[in-house]
Design a protein around this ligand. Sequence first.
Ligand code: AMP
Length: 216
Amino acid sequence: MYLILLGAPGAGKGTQADILSEEMNLAHIASGDLFRQALERKTELGLLAQSYMEKGELVPDEVTIRMVLERIAHDDCASGCIFDGFPRTLDQARALDEALAAQGKAVDKAMYIEVPEEELLRRLSGRWLCRSCQTPYHAVTSPPQAAGKCDKCGGELYQRPDDEEETVRERLKVFFAQTAPLLDYYERGNRLVKVNGGLGIEEVAKKVIGVLEEAS
Ligand code: AMP
């Protein structure tokens, strides 16, 4: 199964993708993580992406599409994967459809995790991530057992520079302008399913899995 998780920044795409990836034994492909890894290695791609990421803007389609298509050519995505943060524009969605169709494959579902805007701002402002395994925490709603340390792997927790308020507002603006049109695109292809992402992590996960079972 090729599954896309759609949602604004802070909607819980990464958290739900982690749960689903374990549950369904599918690779989790997060374009933001791929850019951050490239930046950590100080590659040309990483440095280019940084200039967009720090402003909350989208990295150009051509670069993003090439990076993601290269990643999904690996064996672990041969029979499916979960996309988190990709596609984010209509051109990216079309490029993904074309690349999969060329191999006789297709995106099965696009799952929209819907969360009110005030809740997104609240979540992003308290977000901490593990530098090693990317597990997300929230200062108020899901703090780690030991301050600054990941419960899962003991890695160091950090706040993303683009979670700063002004950048978050820009990222939300970009989402509503450039990514929200994808809802129509997948709706027209009868591939869109929606889930209320305003609930707790476990409840959302149950609903996501339920919706996928119902749709399959
Ligand atoms: P994320 O971790 O998904 O919130 O992404 C962090 C940042 O990486 C975004 O604000 C963009 O600058 C960049 N990015 C991630 N995915 C994409 C994408 N599909 N298209 C363009 N830029 C992206």
